[in-house]
Design a protein around this ligand. Structure first.
Ligand code: ADP
Ligand code: ASP
Ligand code: MG
Length: 412
């Protein structure tokens, strides 16, 4: 039997009624002759609640126990989905990550999937089971501890299963009907795309578009998984939603495919550090060891042998970054006059593979922001994206203005 992977996100399993609706969608595919692997998220809001419990109980928590707690939301929905399917006379059972097993690294709260042996589930399909409902977001480490894959990780579970089982397609059911030119929640002119290239989706995801977890796109690209994003709230045809595919499979694409944003960014500046060989290593090594995810970096020109070093990181890592820098200073590894954190910034990015061959995108982006009176604090570019750090209060305005300027409302 051909295998299909169907993933339902938090809002798609938020209530028993929605689980029923999702189960009906699964029933349609079973009736077409597929063996289906259903990956479920926790009911919406559940994971946030569990994270809150952990942080309240233990601010500097043991990541292994964090994973034990926050992975539990998915266990509930997996069992409920299996029960709902059984009520519809569809042979189904639930699997927690460790039962499959979904083998991961031991990087708790950000584990990577290393292997999913298909034998256990395939044996059950062989015995007549039609649907394996698997709890997303979780796995088991080599030490036998429960791990989680980072927020949004059920997308990655889904793609990894599609790769491991050679699934015909991996359908990601969510609360929007596809991938849009930007987040439809902050720009009402956002347009749904019928297709988007893996590279563009990868950039959009890593720059903040949370519709797919970045790692899921990486895996789909590597293992050539046919990945589709579609709504769980509407009746769906076989070509509904957005197909994430190779760039060769897109007839004509815009220079800019989409605009992404990331709200919770912070900008930190080390004022007056000695400008000498090895200084960047002396700053960024302790930051990395402290688990700070440094994103953008700029170094000012130096004056009299001293310079300012600016970098960005997620807002909730500012304290950790400050602590690492103060410790490095106390240990005599670096020397700076002051450390300044600006926690009210956001990152806005434009993405498009067309930028490889078209010049002028950066200039246009900067003109648009200047016309809106928005000051740019840091800029980074790659072959197919340009990102700027700006004051958070202008983030939505910037997204909308860029969406207009690059005429994305005409995209399809
Ligand atoms: P799920 O719970 O199903 O995993 P998520 O909340 O993780 O859903 O992701 C879906 C959300 O992603 C949408 O509700 C939307 O607000 C947001 N989003 C951000 N950027 C985009 C984009 N370019 N296209 C579609 N949705 C986007
Ligand atoms: N429930 C997890 C989260 O909220 C995983 C997921 O939904 O993808 O991050
Ligand atoms: Mg998600």
């Amino acid at each position: 039997m051909p295998v299909l992977v169907m993933k339902f996100g938090g809002t798609s399993v938020a209530t028993l009624d929605r689980i029923k609706r999702a189960a009906k969608r699964v029933g349609v595919e079973v009736a077409k002759g597929y063996d289906v692997i259903v990956i479920v998220s926790a009911m919406s809001g559940e994971t946030n609640k569990l994270v809150g419990f952990v942080e309240e109980t233990s601010p500097l928590f043991d990541a292994r126990e964090y994973d034990a707690v926050v992975s539990s939301g998915e266990n509930v929905t997996a069992g409920l989905m299996a029960l709902t399917l059984q009520e519809m006379d569809v042979p189904a059972r639930s699997w927690q990550g460790w039962q499959v097993p979904v083998k991961t690294t031991s990087a708790h709260s950000a584990a990577r999937i290393e292997d999913i042996p298909p034998e256990n589930i395939m044996r059950k399909f062989g015995e007549g089971m039609k649907v394996a409902v698997v709890a997303g977001f979780q796995g088991i480490s080599p030490e036998g501890r429960i791990t989680t894959l980072g927020r949004g990780g059920s997308d990655t579970t889904a793609v990894a299963f599609a790769a491991a089982f050679g699934a015909e397609r991996c359908d990601i059911y969510t609360d929007v009907d596809g991938v849009y030119t930007t987040d439809p929640r902050i720009c009402d002119k956002a347009r749904k795309l019928d297709r988007i290239a893996f590279e563009e989706m990868l950039e959009l995801a890593s720059l903040g578009a949370k519709v797919l977890q970045t790692r899921s796109v990486e895996l789909a690209m590597r293992y050539k998984v046919k990945l589709r994003v579609l709504s769980s709230f509407e009746e769906q045809s076989d070509d509904a939603g957005t197909l994430v595919c190779d760039e060769e499979d897109i007839m004509e694409s815009n220079v800019v495919a989409g605009v992404a944003y990331s709200r919770d960014e912070a900008k930190m500046t080390l004022v007056s550090v000695a400008d000498r060989p090895g200084i960047a290593a002396a700053i960024f090594t302790p930051l990395s060891e402290a688990g700070v995810n440094v994103d953008m970096i700029v170094q000012n020109i130096s004056e009299e042998g001293r310079t300012d070093m600016t970098f960005s990181c997620p807002t909730n890592q500012v304290q950790r970054a400050e602590k690492a820098m103060m410790e490095a200073k106390a240990a005599g590894k670096i020397n700076f006059h002051d450390i300044v954190a600006d926690t009210a910034v956001a990152k806005v990015s434009v993405v498009g593979i067309g930028m490889r061959s078209h010049t002028g995108v950066a200039a246009k982006m900067f003109q648009v922001l200047s016309k809106e009176g928005i000051n740019i604090k840091v800029i980074t570019t790659s072959e197919i994206k340009i990102s700027v750090l700006i004051d958070r209060k202008y983030m939505e305005l910037a997204v909308q203005a860029l969406h207009d300027a690059f005429e994305l409302e005409k995209a399809a």
